[in-house]
Design a protein around this ligand. Structure first.
Ligand code: PMP
Length: 329
């Protein structure tokens, strides 16, 4: 029977669960490390799931129709996913991006026909940043006001508080992992940006088995996006734990997701682990994926985890980071 794909929406999800056999052998890991290779999604990241689900839900609720302009605030991957689906479904797209994200993200967005603006070009955000009065609620309100002030309809799809974001991981990413691992999942390792992935997965796995341990990974202080003194930052993710991380800085899901342990990783370890995995396994990881693998290796070395299955969420691959010091050596 012929099997011909007619729309990129059909290519979202059902990504492979890959065992890092060579890495396990090289480092004598006690646990099995299974990576969910999310770069197999059509625009190359886990955020395709979120982007498509948010669009489908908004369409179903009659909030948008082809020809409308969709607006989003993103560190890149959600924007890239939205740009691909907007193109294939007949929407225009305006993306607000932080200036410090890798150049590849900007170029890919433009290739799909999206209109890219820096957040600092929104007058109220610029003023707030200069005055140091940043909060997530303020930021979202400023974009909402920007949308309302436009002559044509601008729909702010807002992954930060859109329930379709975590819901898609609860309904697709989690069940795919569960089925592919045949229900043998002991530990989940994931990073967080909006917190959508970990919110949906944590809920799914805790319902399946409350003993499944959720390990959430964040960049250490000097490796966070925006750190001016360190070129080795980890793009696409945000911190959620620590004295300096106030709730008003965080996206709503980042305040509420459930986890058992937070592991902080450095940009240096992330970059060297990314290069090591490319050369050991032939798997070319993006920054957050490599950061998750730094944590997964640590967890896999613990004697109490002997024989356990660790599932690691690998959000994207290395293509968008070729210009960074991770691979530009
Ligand atoms: N890794 C990368 C590369 C990302 O772009 C994102 C989303 N910004 C994440 C991880 C985190 O995903 P989430 O927004 O679901 O927390």
């Amino acid at each position: 029977m012929a099997h011909i794909v007619k729309n990129i929406a059909e290519l979202v999800g059902h990504t492979p669960l890959f065992e890092f056999v060579r890495l396990e052998e090289k480092y004598g890991l006690k646990a099995t490390v299974l990576g969910k290779l999310e770069y197999f999604n059509p625009s190359g990241s886990i955020k395709d799931r979120t982007a498509l689900n948010m669009l489908l839900d908004a369409e179903e609720k009659g909030l948008i129709k082809p020809g409308d302009t969709i607006v989003e605030d993103t560190s890149g991957n959600t924007g890239i996913g939205l740009a691909a689906f907007a193109a294939s479904r007949g929407y225009k797209l305006k993306i607000f991006l932080e200036e410090d994200q890798s150049i590849e993200r900007r170029k890919i967005l433009k290739a799909y026909g999206a209109d890219v603006m820096f957040t600092s070009q929104v007058p109220r955000i610029k003023e707030a940043k200069e005055a140091g009065i940043f909060s997530m609620a303020f930021y979202q309100k400023a974009i909402e006001e920007y949308c309302a002030a436009q002559e044509t309809k601008h729909f702010f799809i807002n992954q930060m508080s859109n329930e379709s974001n975590p819901n898609v991981h609860y309904s697709t990413t989690g069940p795919e992992i569960w089925n592919d691992a045949d229900g043998k999942v002991d530990i989940l390792v994931a990073t967080a940006g909006t917190g959508g992935t970990i919110t949906g997965l944590s809920k799914f796995f805790k319902e399946k088995n409350p003993d499944i341990r959720i390990v959430a990974v964040q960049a250490d202080k000097k490796s966070r996006t925006g750190s001016s003194d360190n070129p080795k930052t980890i793009d696409g993710i945000a911190p959620f734990y620590g004295d300096d991380i106030r709730n008003e800085y965080k996206a709503p899901f980042m305040v509420s997701f459930e986890y058992d342990e937070c592991i902080e990783v450095s940009g240096e370890d992330t970059y060297s682990t990314g290069r090591d995995i490319a050369r050991t396994e032939g798997i070319f990881l993006g920054q957050s994926a490599a950061a998750a693998m730094v944590a997964a290796k640590q967890v896999a070395q613990r004697p109490e985890n002997e024989g356990k299955n660790i599932v690691v969420i690998l959000a994207d691959n290395g293509m968008k980071y070729l210009s960074t010091q991770m691979y530009d050596k």
